[in-house]
Structure formats: C-alpha cells, structure tokens
Design a protein around this ligand. Structure first.
Ligand code: CO
Length: 150
C-alpha cells in the first residue's frame, strides 16, 4: 500500500465525471488499498478515487475509523427523509458547512471482486455516501452548501 497525494479544489480533475470500473483486477485492489491508507493518514471518513487523481467510480468510507466500506460503481437506488449535515472535505481544506442530504438511502454497488451488493445506510453513513458519490460526478459539497458556511 502507498499513500497518494490528495487533489485539492481548483484542480479540474475534481470536476470531471469518473468512469465506470470494468476491470475488477489487481490494479483496482491496489487503488482501493491506497485510498484507504490515504484516507486514514489524512484522518478522513471517506475518499473518492478522483480525489487521488484517478477518474474511476471507486469510494472508501470509514465513519468511525473502525467499520470500513468499499464501493465500486455505486448507485443510490432509493432515498427517503432529509437531514442537515455538517461536512468538510479533504480536497477543500479549511472549509466546512451544512448540506441537506437524504436521511436514508439504499445503495447498489460492487465490491473489489465484482460482486454486487446492496447497502442500506442512514444518518452519518448515508451522509458520507452521498458526499463521496457526488465526487464521482464532479460535485463538491461546497456546491450544495447552505448559506452561513465558512
Ligand atoms: Co469530499
């Protein structure tokens, strides 16, 4: 595993749409391992591949530093409720703000071996999923921030 550099806001890469993963190979596994290490080293709760300069639809999440999730080609298939979440982003240092997110989501995704799974998430985990999946479409939380953030 190797730590990778985190791309910061202003870099055009963060605004691009990431491509679907089609090869569930060793390179994907290495990318996910590196993302995990990079996220932990940066004290983050989630990281999307474009944040390390790779335009692939892959995300790692660890809401509490204990549980760990990997998503490849994730899609939110249903959502309900609303919550106001305080968010920051490793690619947007020094800024945090409130964003409205669904309270509950159902996610369809693949693991690193290409096995499909469904995850029902709510609260903080749902918030992180929404934030990280947005990165795959070039969307940052600052685009959705409610007035009053800084
Ligand atoms: Co982010």
């Amino acid at each position: 595993m190797a730590k990778r550099l985190i791309v910061k806001v202003g870099d055009e890469l963060l605004r691009k749409r990431s491509r679907e993963v089609t090869e569930f190979d060793g390179r994907l596994g290495e990318l996910l391992d590196d993302m995990r290490e990079t996220m932990i080293a940066a004290d983050g709760v989630g990281l999307a591949a474009p944040q390390v300069g790779v335009l692939k639809r892959a995300v790692v999440i660890s809401p509490d530093g204990r549980d760990f999730y990997e998503f490849v080609n994730p899609v939110i298939v249903s959502s309900s409720g609303r919550q106001i979440c305080r968010e920051g982003c490793l690619s947007v240092p020094g800024i945090s703000g409130e964003v409205e997110r669904p309270k509950k989501i159902e996610v369809l995704a693949y693991d690193r071996n290409g096995k499909r799974f469904v995850l029902n998430a709510e609260g903080f985990l749902a918030d992180i999923c929404c934030h990280e999946f947005d990165h795959l479409d070039g969307v940052l939380f600052i685009d959705k921030m409610l007035p009053g953030g800084r």
